[in-house]
Each structure stands twice: as structure tokens, then as C-alpha cells.
Ligand binder design. Structure first.
Ligand SMILES: C[S@@+](CC[C@H](N)C(=O)[O-])C[C@H]1O[C@@H](n2cnc3c(N)ncnc32)[C@H](O)[C@@H]1O
Length: 385
């Protein structure tokens, strides 16, 4: 039986957030983790609000709300974060469970996971898809949640924040943040890329994935911490050029300080060697050599091919060179010879796969090729594998 006593009676954090909801809620609202329904009700009291979808992972909470809150503007749905949510919203409100878990069994109402920030991380990784371009997120959390981590998730998801409130209560600070999409995210979305998610960070670049024209793409932009100048433009230029020679992932388009290219779903070279059989590895090595030879002929140095651990991805038995940050013209490119060095350094792993790399022979042929980089000398190297 449902009584009109909620699963989470409003606390200090609820009251702080509620005040901001009254001020900022607008249009179509999503109240995530509605609990007592306090935020949903506050939202409807703002005349700019059209409707509220209030969700909660706990069935008991939704049963309580449906029975005890009769408000024509609010609809209640049970959902684990965005699982059952459809559509886009102008304001998304979340007072998440943000405390670190203390006992074996997690209290879903207040504990976000072992570290405390896990539910927030999942929420921020998905929220963009459900937020209109000029939409806002109102979120509350505590100093016990690790503010730097929350900041990292915000940045990684191309959001920006404003601290609306900070209040010290007993042993913690409670923060209320207003989050918005940053200009870069809005630009990417306006170009038709959706589902943009953080992928990885390098020294110079930040990588995101997204969906563009129905296909998964990678978006590369400058890592704000990098002081390097013009690398992103350089890389986009090389990918475009090398695509004509069937090298690299296909470039979709490039813009100011970013570019978008085909997402390659596969294994980095060492993982591929570990996983694959002798024949397939040999085929891949030959294909990489061919690409190295094309680069040498074009007088282009990719660099780092003696250590291409994160520079080659193998997908559907085809190797894709990635990461052209340091690519440049050179009268004496070293792609083939550097790849020889890599094979020598991986000879033990290759030997485990019954591929014999005879160091002295490779070095000898590489030297000959270096002084005379023609097809005949190139073939002599490849034949050694
Ligand atoms: C701290 S309470 C906040 C309740 C209310 N919004 C308020 O401000 O007082 C957190 C609420 O989030 C819900 N919740 C926890 N994990 C969730 C998830 N993965 N998806 C949706 N709701 C979740 C809990 O059931 C709980 O009702």
C-alpha cells in the first residue's frame, strides 16, 4: 500500500536546489531522481514551464508520486537515468545520490557508488543528447563527492558550469551548479553530429565520438592544456591528403581547431598481434609496410613508426594509420626503416606467433633500402617477414 510519505524527505540539498529551480526552470523540464517530487512541483510553479517529466529509479518512489501528487503538468515514469526518457528538454534537474557508499548494500537514495560520483558521471556522459542547445542543467552535489572529478566530467562532456550556490552544512559543502552546453558542443551539434561523447585525452588532442550521417565518427580537437600551435590543422590537412592514397581513416570534415573522421573500431597493433594468428599478422604487417612505402615515395614522414603502439588500429583485417600530429614533408622519410625497427623490437612477441624476424637480415636490408629506397629494395625487406 502506498502512503503519502516519500522515500526521500527533502533535506538541505533539496531546499537549495528547489530555490534555483524556481528561478531557472523553463520550457520542457526533466526532473531526474524525483524522490518526494519537490523539484518537479517547484518547476511547475514557474510560469515559463510547460511540462515536467519526473523520473526515479525506484518503483516505490514513482508509486508514491503517482498516488500523492496530482499535478496536470507532471508525468511520472520509473527509469534508471535516461533509460526510459524520450525527447529533448529545456531544463534538466538532478539532485543525485552523491555520497560514497558505506555498506555492502548501496542506499540508492543518497549513495552514488563506491566513490560517490558514479551516478553523476553516468548522468553527465548521457545528458547532452537530451538537452536542447540552449537548455540548462541544475545539479547539486557535495564536497564529499570530489569536486575535481565532477569538474572533469563536466569538461569532458563539453559542458560549462556556473556555481549558483555553495553552502557549508556540518561536515560538507553543498554546491548547486548550472550547466550549459559549451560553444564547441553547440557548433558540432549544429553541423549534424549527435550523441557526442568523450573518448580519450592525448598530450595535444582531445577525442570525442559522435554520430554523423548515421555513422560513428571521431572528433579531434586541441587539448586546452597543450601549448602546441597549429597541430590540429596540420593533422586534418594530412589526413585529407593521405585519404587519396587510401591511408588513414576517412575525413568527414574539418573546422576551426577540430576535425571529424571515420571512427575505427579495432585493436591497437600489439593487442592485434597478441590476439591473431600467424597468417593474419603477416598480412597486416605487409599492408602496413605497403603504406609506409607509399609515404616514403610521397616524401612524407609520419614519425614514430618505430613505436607505433597507438598509431595503428587494425579493423576488419585492415590496418589504419591514425594520429598524424607530427607528420611532415621530408627529403628522407623513415617510415619503412622505422617500421623495421618496430618489428625487431617486437620479435619475441612475433616469435611466439611463429613469425621469425632475423634481426641482422632486417638491419642489412633496411640499410640497403635507406641508401636506395626503391621498390626492389623494399620488396627484399617485406620478403623477410
Ligand atoms: C538525493 S535524492 C533527491 C530527491 C529529490 N529530487 C530531492 O531533491 O529531494 C536522489 C533520488 O535519485 C534517485 N535515483 C538514484 N539513482 C538513480 C538513477 N540511476 N536513476 C534515476 N533516479 C535515481 C533516488 O531514488 C532518489 O529518489
Amino acid at each position: 500500500m502506498v502512503t503519502c510519505k516519500s522515500g526521500y524527505d527533502p533535506r538541505e540539498d533539496s531546499i537549495l536546489l528547489e530555490r534555483q529551480v524556481r528561478l531557472h526552470a523553463k520550457g520542457k523540464v526533466l526532473d531526474m531522481g524525483t524522490g518526494s517530487g519537490i523539484q518537479a512541483i517547484a518547476a511547475t510553479q514557474n510560469s515559463r514551464v510547460i511540462s515536467v517529466l519526473a523520473t526515479d529509479v525506484q518503483k516505490g518512489v514513482i508509486n508514491y508520486c503517482k498516488k500523492c501528487i496530482q499535478n496536470p503538468k507532471i508525468k511520472f515514469v520509473q527509469s534508471d537515468l535516461f533509460e526510459k526518457v524520450k525527447g529533448k528538454f529545456d531544463a534538466i534537474i538532478f539532485n543525485p545520490p552523491y555520497l560514497p557508499q558505506e555498506l555492502k548494500l548501496r542506499d540508492l537514495t543518497i549513495e552514488g557508488g563506491k566513490k560517490g560520483y558514479e551516478v553523476i558521471e553516468r548522468f553527465l556522459n548521457e545528458v547532452n543528447y537530451y538537452l536542447n542547445p540552449n537548455g540548462i542543467i541544475l545539479m547539486v552535489f557535495s564536497s564529499l563527492t570530489k569536486k575535481e572529478k565532477v569538474g572533469e566530467f563536466i569538461k569532458n562532456n563539453l559542458l560549462e558550469f556556473q556555481e549558483l550556490e555553495k553552502v557549508h552544512i556540518f561536515f560538507e559543502d553543498i554546491y548547486v551548479y548550472l550547466l550549459k552546453k559549451n560553444e564547441f558542443l553547440k557548433k558540432l551539434e549544429s553541423k549534424g553530429i549527435s550523441n557526442i561523447k568523450y573518448l580519450a585525452k592525448g598530450h595535444r588532442g582531445l577525442l570525442f565520438t559522435g554520430i554523423y550521417k548515421g555513422k560513428k565518427v571521431t572528433i579531434k580537437t586541441k587539448n586546452p592544456q597543450s601549448t602546441a600551435v597549429g597541430r590540429i590543422e596540420n593533422e586534418a590537412k594530412w589526413i585529407k591528403r593521405l585519404n587519396k592514397h587510401n591511408i588513414g581513416p576517412k575525413l568527414s570534415f574539418a573546422g576551426d581547431n577540430y576535425f571529424v573522421y571515420e571512427y575505427i573500431d579495432g585493436d591497437f597493433i600489439i593487442n592485434y598481434i597478441e590476439k591473431s594468428n600467424k597468417n593474419n599478422i603477416k598480412k597486416i604487417i605487409k599492408q602496413i609496410f605497403n603504406q609506409m612505402f607509399v609515404l616514403d615515395k610521397l616524401k612524407i614522414d609520419k614519425e614514430e613508426m618505430h613505436h607505433p603502439l597507438k598509431h595503428v588500429i587494425i579493423s576488419k583485417n585492415k590496418p589504419y594509420l591514425i594520429d598524424f600530429e607530427r607528420t611532415h614533408h621530408s627529403p628522407n622519410p623513415k617510415n619503412v626503416t622505422q617500421f623495421c625497427q618496430f618489428l625487431i623490437s617486437t620479435s619475441q612477441l612475433l616469435k611466439n606467433k611463429k613469425i621469425e624476424i632475423i634481426k641482422d637480415d632486417i638491419i642489412k636490408s633496411a640499410k640497403v633500402y635507406k641508401s636506395s629506397p626503391n621498390i626492389a629494395n623494399f620488396k627484399k625487406i617485406v620478403d623477410l617477414v
